[in-house]
Design a protein around this ligand. Structure first.
Ligand SMILES: [Zn+2]
Length: 404
C-alpha cells in the first residue's frame, strides 16, 4: 500500500473511532462497537482476532446539586459514583489527622486542602497505589459518612488537565461523592456544622468489555507484543488518547499481513487504560502469568499523532543489541525522535514484569504530560491529529518488527 493510501485509510479509521462511534469509555456501547470494529479490521487484514472478555460497568451522569441554608453550590458527580439524595451535617476535613480523629458517621464531608490535592488511586488499582491513598480510602470506608463533597485544586499532572478534578473516580468505592472547585469549597466551608442537602443523580450500569488481540509468525517464537489502549476517558472523543494508537495497530496489521518470521507478533488492543479498574490490562496480566519472560519486547503506542512537532520514542530496559536495532530504525525516520521516558502508559505494566519496552507518543505529549490540558477532555478531537505522523509510526514499526 503506498503512502497516500495509508494516510487516507488512517483518516477513515480515525473518523470511525472518534466520530461514527461517539465514545469509547469502558463498559459503554461505543466501547463494544470500537472493539468489534478492531476485530473486523484485523480479520479483513488476514489475522485471526481473539477476544478476552470481562465485566465492566458504564456510568450515567445525571448531574448533582448541593444547597446549604438556601444557598446553592456548583458540584459535579464523581465518575462512577453511586447516586445520593439526602441531608446531613457538614463536616470539613483537610488532613489525614483530622480524618482519623473525627466521627464521620452520617455526616456529609467536605474534603479539602491537603486531603484533596491529588486524585486518589482506585481501590483495586494494583500497578501503582500509594499507602497514603489506601489509608484515606480505608478511613472513609470505616467512618461511613453519608456522602463526600471534594473541593480539588488545579493539578494537571494528576488529572490530565481537568479542573476541578474528581478526587475519587472509582466504581469499587461505594460512598456517594461529588466534587467542586477550590473556590466553591472555600465558600462552602462557612457552612460547617449546618445541614446541607445533596442530590446526585448518578447511575451505575452493568456492562462488558474486551481486549482484542491477534498473532502472526511462529507460535513458538519469542513474542513481540504491540499494544495500544482502545478505550477513552468518558466525555472525550479520545483522538490522540488513544485512537491514533489503535490506528497504528490496524495499519501495522495490514503492513505485516504476510509476516512469517521467527518471532510471534502479537497485536493487542488493550481495554481500560483510562478506566478506574483497568480491567483489560488486569486480564491480560492474569492470562500471561509466568509468560512475560517469553516476550522479547513490548511496543506501546499512546498519545501519538499530535499535529505539532515530531513523534517521540522512549526505551525501557532494552538489552544493548535490541536498543541498537530500535535506534537504527527510528533514527532512519525524519519525524521520530528520542524523547523523555514517562510512566503513565501500558508499557509500564510490561516493564514491571521485566519485559523490555518501547513507548511511542508525540514529543508534545511526553514533554507536556504534566501541564497539557487536552487529553481526557472534549478537546481531544480529530482536529489535533496529523495522520501522516500516525502512518510514519506504523511504517517504522513494520520495519522494526521485520528487523529484530
Ligand atoms: Zn492513553
Amino acid at each position: 500500500m503506498d503512502n497516500a493510501s495509508l494516510v487516507s485509510r488512517c483518516a477513515s479509521y480515525m473518523k470511525s473511532l472518534c466520530e461514527t462511534i461517539p465514545e469509547r469509555a469502558v463498559g459503554s456501547e461505543g466501547n463494544r462497537r470500537a472493539a468489534a470494529f478492531i476485530e473486523q479490521e484485523l480479520a479483513a487484514a488476514g489475522w485471526e482476532p481473539e477476544r478476552q472478555e470481562f465485566q465492566a460497568m458504564d456510568w450515567i451522569n445525571g448531574g448533582a446539586s448541593l444547597t446549604a441554608e438556601g444557598r446553592s453550590f456548583e458540584v459535579s458527580v464523581s465518575p462512577y459514583s453511586v447516586g445520593f439524595e439526602g441531608t446531613g451535617k457538614l463536616l470539613a476535613i483537610s488532613s489525614m489527622e483530622e480524618l482519623a480523629a473525627a466521627e464521620l458517621r452520617g455526616r456529609i464531608l467536605l474534603l479539602h486542602n491537603e486531603l484533596a490535592k491529588e486524585q486518589l488511586m482506585p481501590k483495586n488499582f494494583v500497578f501503582y497505589n500509594p499507602d497514603k491513598h489506601q489509608r484515606i480510602i480505608a478511613l472513609l470506608e470505616q467512618g461511613s459518612p453519608a456522602a463526600l463533597v471534594c473541593a480539588t485544586s488545579r493539578n494537571a499532572a494528576l488529572a490530565g488537565g481537568v479542573y476541578p478534578f474528581p478526587l475519587i473516580e472509582d466504581g469499587d468505592f461505594d460512598i456517594p461523592s461529588v466534587y467542586m472547585t477550590e473556590e466553591e469549597g472555600q465558600k462552602l466551608l462557612a457552612f460547617e456544622g449546618a445541614d446541607v442537602s445533596l442530590k446526585s443523580f448518578s447511575t451505575r450500569v452493568p456492562g462488558t468489555g474486551a481486549n482484542i488481540m491477534a498473532r502472526k509468525g511462529s507460535p513458538t517464537g519469542k513474542r513481540i507484543v504491540i499494544t495500544a489502549h482502545l478505550d477513552a476517558k468518558k466525555g472525550t472523543p479520545g483522538a490522540i488518547d488513544n485512537a491514533t494508537g489503535v490506528v497504528v495497530l490496524l495499519l501495522l496489521a495490514q503492513l505485516l499481513k504476510d509476516y512469517d518470521g521467527d518471532h510471534c507478533i502479537e497485536i493487542v488492543a488493550l481495554n481500560g487504560e483510562d478506566y478506574y479498574a483497568v480491567p483489560g490490562q488486569m486480564l491480560y496480566v492474569a492470562r500471561n502469568q509466568g509468560k512475560f519472560e517469553d516476550m522479547l519486547l513490548n511496543i506501546n503506542i499512546d498519545g501519538a499523532g499530535y499535529l505539532e512537532g515530531p513523534s517521540a520514542y522512549s526505551t525501557y530496559q532494552l538489552p544493548q543489541n535490541l536498543l541498537q536495532q530500535v535506534r537504527d530504525v527510528f533514527d532512519g525516520s525524519d519525524s521520530i525522535v528520542e524523547g523523555p521516558q514517562w510512566v503513565q502508559g501500558d508499557h509500564s505494566i510490561f516493564v514491571q514484569f521485566g519485559c523490555p519496552a518501547v513507548a511511542l507518543s508525540s514529543l508534545w505529549f511526553t514533554e507536556n504530560i504534566d501541564t497539557q490540558t487536552i487529553t481526557h477532555t472534549e478537546k481531544d478531537t480529530l482536529g489535533i491529529v496529523d495522520n501522516s505522523r500516525v502512518v510514519e509510526i506504523a511504517l517504522a514499526l513494520n520495519k522494526l518488527s521485520r528487523t529484530i
